[in-house]
Design a protein around this ligand. Structure first.
Ligand code: NAD
Ligand code: DAU
Length: 350
């Protein structure tokens, strides 16, 4: 039986990855290692928490000793590393937290893997999940490829770039088997409502203003979260150590156009008059250093591993809206922070 530690498995993307691995690979033992920050929510995994091949381990990747002891306890064959501080706006107001979690946390995991695997790297893999934001910002044309030079421009992307460099350095210097993938903007169920799409859904639902930064002209490439989880599965099993894979949706939207599209879906779902939700659009002060455009060239993963996105944006957006409207309790608890009180009680000694 293989053991895989998935870090950040209680978060948005991590929970989809954990669910996929637990369900598809009953012969793997899946250890979800998560600190349960404000962004981690075990309710994301309610449906699989009693599966025999699933284990939750509450641990902070910044705490070196704690990480070494979890690694010794489970002796993993593979690591899929998603734990991170992930929100750009929070990185602008509190950069240090991002350096600690994203850089120091990643080094601690690399050291623990290197220590555990030093005698035999055969069959082992450290797979680091990163972002397209490390490549900086594009003008109107062009795409990020795996060869695009790094040019991170926010504390978040700088911390992710730092962690990518460290993973490559451990691969090069110590021979640690490692892969990195850099993905574009994800959307779908369970995303914390600080990010554009769930924040807008929540505000539209409660008839609150939808804050659009600047003139809403920034462009992002959106990918449905389960398509990202499928790419991670494929890369983990068939990717080549030392390689980087870019993952994108080939689905660019100007923020303002995306919000209008979302408003149309919400009007329909909530039986509102056409245009009622769009009346909530409010232009607000721009994000500091706001990157203009991200767009990914996914041809390498498509050609070499046969991956492609399967959910088109119209379907994906409807599925996402349906999920948030159906899971009102999840949304209310997350917004009010109610679920945190439960963790404080349950894990009061950690
Ligand atoms: P998220 O913020 O929803 O979840 C992060 C998870 O990490 C949470 O469960 C949190 O509790 C956990 N965590 C945070 N600090 C920790 C620590 N010190 N120790 C242990 N666990 C900790 O993030 P997400 O959006 O799911 O992103 C997951 C990963 O994918 C991140 O590495 C992010 O950089 C990357 N990524 C995200 C996107 C996106 O669009 N969301 C796109 C590309 C790459
Ligand atoms: O590109 C991948 C990245 O996508 C991930 O690495 C990050 O973890 C993830 O948070 C995301 O970063 P963005 O900054 O692109 O996502 P966010 O949802 O915060 O913002 C999307 C766009 O919408 C961006 O141009 C800023 C804008 N925006 C965002 C918010 C929260 C608004 O106009 N209003 C808002 O209220």
């Amino acid at each position: 039986m293989k053991t895989i530690i998935i870090t950040g498995g209680a978060g948005f993307i991590g929970s989809h990855v954990v669910r996929r691995f637990v369900k598809n690979y009953p012969n793997y033992r899946i250890v979800n290692l998560d600190k349960l920050t404000y962004a981690g929510n075990l309710k994301n995994l309610k449906d699989i928490e009693n599966f025999p091949n699933y284990i939750f381990e509450k641990a902070d990747i910044v705490e070196e000793e704690m990480i070494f002891s979890v690694f010794k306890k489970y002796n993993p064959d593979g690591i899929i590393h998603l734990a991170a501080e992930s929100h750009v706006d929070r990185s602008i107001s509190n950069p240090k937290e991002f350096i600690l979690t994203n850089i120091v946390g990643t080094v601690n995991l690399l050291n623990a893997a290197k220590f555990l695997w030093q005698d035999n790297y055969n069959g082992k893999l450290f797979y680091h999940i990163s972002t397209d934001e490390v490549y900086g910002s594009l003008g109107e044309d062009g795409y990020f490829t795996e060869e695009t030079p790094y040019d991170p421009r926010s504390p978040y992307s700088a911390s992710k770039a730092g962690s990518d460099h460290l993973v490559r350095a451990y691969n090069h210097t110590y021979g640690l088997p490692a892969i990195i993938s850099n993905c574009s903007n994800n959307y779908g169920p369970n995303q914390f409502p600080e990010k554009l799409i769930p924040l807008a859904i929540n505000n539209i639902k409660s008839m609150k203003p939808i804050p659009v930064y600047g003139k809403g002209e920034n462009i992002r490439d959106w990918l449905y979260v389960e398509d990202h989880a499928a790419a991670i599965d494929l890369i983990f099993h068939q990717g080549k150590s030392g390689e980087t894979y870019n993952i994108g949706g080939n689905n660019e939207w100007k923020n303002i156009d995306l919000i209008h599209k979302l408003c149309e879906v919400m009007d329909k779902k909530l039986n509102r008059a056409r245009g009622k939700s769009a009346s909530l659009i409010t232009f607000v002060k721009d994000r500091a250093g706001h990157d203009l455009r991200y767009a990914i060239d996914s041809s390498k993963i498509m050609k070499e591993l046969g991956w492609k996105p399967t959910v088109n944006f119209e379907q994906g957006l409807e599925k996402t809206v349906d999920w948030y409207l159906l899971n009102e309790e999840w949304l209310n608890e997350v917004v009010s922070g109610e679920y945190r009180k439960y963790y404080e009680l349950m894990y009061k000694n950690r």
